[in-house]
Ligand binder design. Structure first.
Ligand SMILES: [Mn+2]
Length: 332
């Protein structure tokens, strides 16, 4: 574990100290994250909310999107608001798991005008939109980084905090399967289990509560499965009519791309999701060699080496063609 603590020496340690100072010197905090919420965004927000409240601070969580149903079990999830009124009450804003202000959604610029912004993230593509930025692309998740801040703060990790942080780490590592799972990740996860996070109960809430509509949508999506690049590339898509037919929600597509990656021999998995007519959100996953962050960046997106996303306009045929050209140049 010594290597790990080494990473938090020097500049990163100074930044953690600075964030701790800001927490002590401010009273009211806004906490936010990116649209298309995931377990890391929500778990990190809620863990931090509990921490701030536990030390007598005021805190509110705003998100541009509604909380997906599967995350409603998270302790504190009911406090999250989708409406932002006056901002002048906030001394500082925490922007978590968010590579750029625009990813917050509609309120990004307004929130960006709060005088003290704290940017905590693990995306390699983070554009360091605040002077106070703690970005650690070696960390599995924003939740893992937050654990260290909480330790430094000296706040007791309650069961509610542990459940939220564990969920953040669990979901961003694909249940401890992705290459971002380091010994340090498991070390933190172990500490959270000791603090009261129940792995069985959390996994059941997240992975074993699928609706029938979701499975129906998956069935239709799998009908679109195609292989390219000598079967090293697997892809599926979901169109707007498919979503309507299955009576499913956009959030029900979560995890589809991982299923494609699970196919033997597939090195890059792609999921095309038509979010509005002729506008596709594309999720990319790779098993290692191919850097899908670079591919997404080509289309104005970003993410991590093994998991990224971008958007391309056009019909599915053209969108696929455009993406294939770039993937082929990546040397698949
Ligand atoms: Mn994350």
């Amino acid at each position: 574990m010594t290597d790990y603590w080494q990473r938090y020496k020097g500049k990163k340690q100074q930044m953690i100290n600075r964030i701790v100072d800001i927490i002590h010197s401010c009273e009211t905090f806004l906490i936010t994250s990116h649209v298309r919420l995931d377990g890391d965004a929500l778990g990190s927000e809620l863990a931090l909310w509990h921490v701030l409240r536990d030390i007598g601070k005021e805190a509110a969580i705003y998100n541009g999107d509604k909380t997906p149903t599967i995350y409603e079990f998270l302790p504190g999830a009911n406090v999250i608001t989708n409406n932002l009124h006056s901002l002048h009450n906030f001394d500082a804003a925490f922007i978590l798991d968010c590579s750029e202000l625009e990813r917050i959604g509609e309120e990004g610029n307004r929130i960006g005008s709060i005088k003290q912004i704290i940017n905590i993230d693990h995306h390699i593509s983070n554009n360091l939109f605040s002077e106070v930025s703690l970005v650690d692309s070696d960390a599995s998740s924003t939740g893992e980084i937050l654990y260290h801040i909480i330790e430094k703060l000296g706040v007791h990790i309650t069961k509610d905090i542990a459940i939220n942080l564990y969920t953040a780490i669990l979901t961003d590592t694909g249940a401890f399967r992705y290459s971002n799972t380091g010994s340090h990740t498991l070390f933190v996860a172990a500490k959270l289990v000791e603090a009261g996070a129940d792995p069985r109960w959390i996994a059941e809430n997240i992975y074993e509560t699928k609706s029938r509509a979701q499975i129906r949508l998956l069935k239709d999506a799998l009908n679109t499965l195609e292989f390219d690049c000598q079967d090293k590339l697997g892809s599926i898509f979901v169109s707007q009519p498919m979503l309507q037919e299955a009576k499913a929600l956009p959030e029900h597509t979560e995890g589809f791309v991982d299923l494609i990656r699970s196919i033997k021999g597939v090195e890059v998995a792609v999921f095309f999701h038509e979010t509005s007519k002729n506008n596709y959100k594309i999720s990319l996953r790779s098993k290692g060699r191919i850097n899908v962050e670079k591919i997404a960046r080509n289309f104005g997106g970003g993410g991590h080496v093994n998991a990224s996303a971008c958007s391309i306009e056009g019909n599915i045929m053209n969108v696929k063609k455009k993406l294939l050209v770039v993937i082929k140049t990546a040397g698949i």
